[in-house]
Ligand binder design. Structure first.
Ligand code: 13P
Ligand code: SF4
Length: 350
């Protein structure tokens, strides 16, 4: 557990982190990418952190991999690479720098470590978990195998290394349907996200998909009724939902895809009014690049993703604390499942 008071005190002794209009103006080119969603006063608060992190990143020979759910000041201010879970995993394999700072949740940092074990992989807050990752253990996988003998286990990357190691292949929201369709089996076990599994079952009806009982606390909250109500109130709104939403929610949407799939769709289509049925940072991160798009309607915050802040990123680079370690035997098993996913995705052109 981070000692927040001690962290703030130590950082204050080493860096000038007071809100600064001068620093904000010096970094105005960065601010331009988020000025629709971050006020000038907020930017004067963030800019000293952004400057300190970008300087320290060079000194430490570090790269920052950031998920699409990070706040705009992380996404636009300090990230070297942004993307969805699949893109970040692929990018992790290519990192040549000594240090990876994973701005995302713990399973993402673990995946980077599994794929590029010689690097120091830092997570700015070890407690940044995921309700899906917490929902299943290797015993849960074994129980599913006992219930459906011989069926391959396709496990969402939102899981621990131990769970990945107990699985046959991983998937993400951007390749789950293609991976399931490409497996040479009639019955397929999908873990741990029951809604992703049900959405894939609708897309790949030729397979008998059975699922575990996990869910994402952010996406399970959306309901089909609220989307119907919204559509009847604002009929021209384009509704876009992440596949971790329940299937009746996805059925109300005009498009469903991974976080990067959603960004690509909105960037291409530029609907005048757009409702993103997912984490709130998604709309914030693309608002400035798409001035003609009005992002409307409700969204939910992921409490785990929101644990990653500029202050904690600066602390991890300063202290080099928060290195993710994975038992080598577990890592080897997990790497097989993740690498199979990457190889199959490339083969299928996903
Ligand atoms: P993506 O792979 O679509 O980025 O999703 C990750 C995630 O945690 C969504 O809740
Ligand atoms: Fe996990 Fe849901 Fe948060 Fe994604 S949004 S990290 S699936 S809890």
């Amino acid at each position: 557990m981070l000692d927040h008071t001690a962290m703030t005190k130590t950082l204050g002794e080493h860096y000038d982190l007071a809100p600064s209009v001068e620093t904000a103006e010096r970094l105005s080119d960065i601010y331009e990418r988020m000025n629709r969603v971050v006020t000038p006063v907020e930017w004067a608060v963030h800019a000293p952190y952004v400057e300190a992190i970008n300087r320290l990143k060079k000194e430490r020979n570090a790269v920052i991999l950031a998920h699409n759910y990070m706040t705009p000041q992380i996404y636009h201010g300090i990230a070297d690479v942004v993307g969805d879970s699949l893109q970040l995993a692929i990018e992790a394999t290519k990192v040549e720098a000594d240090v990876i700072v994973q701005c995302g949740v713990h399973f993402m940092a673990e995946t980077s470590k599994i794929l590029n074990p010689s690097k120091t992989v830092l997570i700015p807050d070890m407690d940044a978990g995921c309700s899906l990752a917490e929902s299943i253990t290797p015993e849960g996988i074994e129980e599913m195998r006992r219930r459906y003998p011989g069926a391959p286990v396709v496990t969402y990357v939102n899981t621990s290394a131990e769970v990945k190691a107990a699985s046959d292949i991983c998937c993400t929201s951007s390749n789950a349907a293609q991976i399931v369709a490409g497996l040479d089996a009639e019955t397929i076990i999908m873990t741990p996200d029951k809604y992703l599994a049900q959405n894939v079952a609708n897309q790949v009806p030729e397979k008998n998909i059975v699922w575990y009982d996990g869910a994402c606390i952010v996406h399970e909250k959306f309901t089909a009724q609220e989307l119907r109500d919204f559509r009847s109130w604002q009929p021209t709104t384009r509704i876009i939902a992440h596949p971790e939403c329940p299937p009746d929610v996805v059925a109300e949407a005009d498009f469903s895809g991974s976080t990067s799939g959603i960004i690509d769709y909105v960037t291409k289509e530029q609907p005048e009014k757009t409702l993103l049925v997912t984490e709130c940072s998604m709309a914030s991160n693309i608002a400035d690049a798409l001035p003609g798009v009005d992002f409307v309607g409700p969204c939910n915050m992921c409490p785990y993703m929101q644990m990653i802040t500029l202050e904690k990123v600066l602390w991890s680079l300063h202290s080099m604390e928060g290195a993710v370690e994975v038992d080598p035997t577990v890592a080897e098993g997990a790497r097989v499942a993740v690498q199979r996913m990457i190889d199959m995705s490339k083969k299928l052109g996903v």
